[in-house]
Design a protein around this ligand. Sequence first.
Ligand code: NAP
Length: 285
Amino acid sequence: MQETLMLDGRELAKQVRESLKPRVASLKQQGIQPRIEAIVASQDPASLAYVAMKQKWAGWVGIESGSFSVTAQTSQNELLDQVDRLNSDPRVHGVLIQHPLPKHLDEDEALSQLGAEKDVDGITSQSLGKLVAGLPGFRCATPLGITKILDHYRIDCEGKRAVVIGRSVILGKPMALMLLERNATVTIAHSRTKDLPSLCREADILVAAVGRPELVKGDWIKPGAVVIDAGYNKVEGRDSDVGDCDTEACSRLASAITPVPGGVGPMTVASLLANTVDAAEKTFA
Ligand code: NAP
């Protein structure tokens, strides 16, 4: 039996970061210091940790970063003023609005105010509209990272049956569109989908983007399928994060699979940084 290929997002992310370093150096020689700014809820430890990790790797490739903390006292007007300031600050190339913001704030309004040319997370309606229309623009960091994994491992999507479980705006929907761009025949599954196991068994490429630890079982996998596990779940009693797939069981039938951790997660950050460098180079200006 053929061995299952582990799709090593951690190693690929390292390669992406390495490739960004000379581009950042070249920008600096032209007097451009790439910079990313985050808007983050100061009382959300997970958000702070994500932003700190993104800033750590940004620093590693030479991108400067900063953050604006929103609290229970921050008003919607203050949030929108900050978005405006970042939009008009020529030193800032990328802006990240880290979900979730405190509940009293309207995140959608803040996102709709963010200039598409600085939307390095690719989640504003302008960026998503460009994806739908097949126009150049920033693509959502997580599905973009997944396409980079598929490309790196030369996984051909053309004519393949792809199933994406999850229809969130930041992951499932853009993922489905990016697979469609690669000429896969795509089905999106969600919480109301009937007989999910049978649907998954039809997938040559299965993307799990659900947020339910080990929802996808070994016997849901078509022999030889490529399994992309975007899930990232904390489970009590488990030392490391758990994906949406039972990795060990799915590996028995899959030809290739992303591990958790070390698969999709590192590529999300690497893609965000790549988008920031593109923004500084004004690739999509
Ligand atoms: P989300 O907004 O909560 O969306 C989850 C989707 O899964 C929804 O569309 C939901 O369907 C669907 N769903 C929930 N339970 C289901 C079930 N039992 N069967 C079928 N579909 C079901 O989550 P998200 O933000 O897309 O994130 C999904 C996962 O990816 C999470 O584990 C998250 O931590 C992870 N993630 C990872 C990264 C990374 O960098 N690795 C980045 C972002 C997210 P309905 O629409 O019908 O409710």
